[in-house]
Design a protein around this ligand. Structure first.
Ligand code: SF4
Length: 210
């Protein structure tokens, strides 16, 4: 959608823009641009992650596609009927989202997967625009604290009143609820911070709140 996504040469974050340039040289076959959201703007569910993974969305150009986190996320979406088709670690699979949109708090890959505060703040304008353009939005699922905090800031709410806690839901306004989940990263699943069962519990809640 026009103006919802950053320009492919966005230089608001100099460090991330330089990292993109480095990656173009290092991985010329990769996407290496800000990664646009996936799914319809008319959806009722929005999932917000952290940022593209270097060998995931930064490679394929689709959020959560190509790295480990996508396997758990997309297979869960298929199981709970928020997606049809089959997920493959490439954007040319036949997967389609249903009533669900996926984005990231930061649209460019950050070094070591760690965006800086000012980068999260810079990219928030796109997240905010997106949220306000989703006229049917009912539920936001935040994957991790960075996404959670950025969403709370999008609504100009106080973080101290909306603390991240896995499985918790927050009432944002009359229309929108926010559900917290640990990020579905390989690190969180390997360390058993997040299990498949815990992740699926969130989707059961989402369905019951819709
Ligand atoms: S992270 Fe967002 S604001 Fe920063 S350069 Fe990328 S698209 Fe622009």
């Amino acid at each position: 959608m026009k103006n919802l996504e950053p320009n492919k040469n966005c230089i608001k974050c100099i460090r991330l823009s330089n990292f993109r340039k480095e990656n173009i040289l290092k991985y010329p076959s990769y996407f290496n641009n800000p990664v646009s959201s996936f799914g319809s703007i008319s959806s009722e569910l929005l999932i917000v992650g952290l940022a593209p993974g270097i060998h995931g969305a930064n490679k394929t150009g689709r959020p959560f596609t190509g790295d480990y986190a996508g396997i758990l996320l997309y297979n869960t979406l298929i199981k709970f009927k928020f997606a049809t088709g089959n997920y493959l670690p490439e954007s040319s699979d036949n997967l389609n989202l249903k009533n669900c949109r996926i984005t990231n708090a930061v649209k460019c890959v950050p070094p070591k997967n760690k965006p800086e505060m000012k980068e999260i703040k810079n990219c928030r304008m796109y997240l905010k625009k997106e949220i306000y353009c989703m006229k049917n939005l009912k539920i936001i699922l935040s994957l991790g604290t960075v996404a959670h905090n950025s969403i709370i800031n999008c609504f100009d709410l106080k973080l101290k009143d909306y603390k991240f806690s896995h499985g918790k839901y927050h009432i944002i306004n009359k229309k929108i609820k926010l559900i917290n989940s640990y990020h579905c990263s390989r690190y969180n699943t390997n360390t058993k911070r997040l299990s498949k069962k815990m992740f699926e519990e969130n989707f059961k809640k989402i369905i019951s709140y819709m």
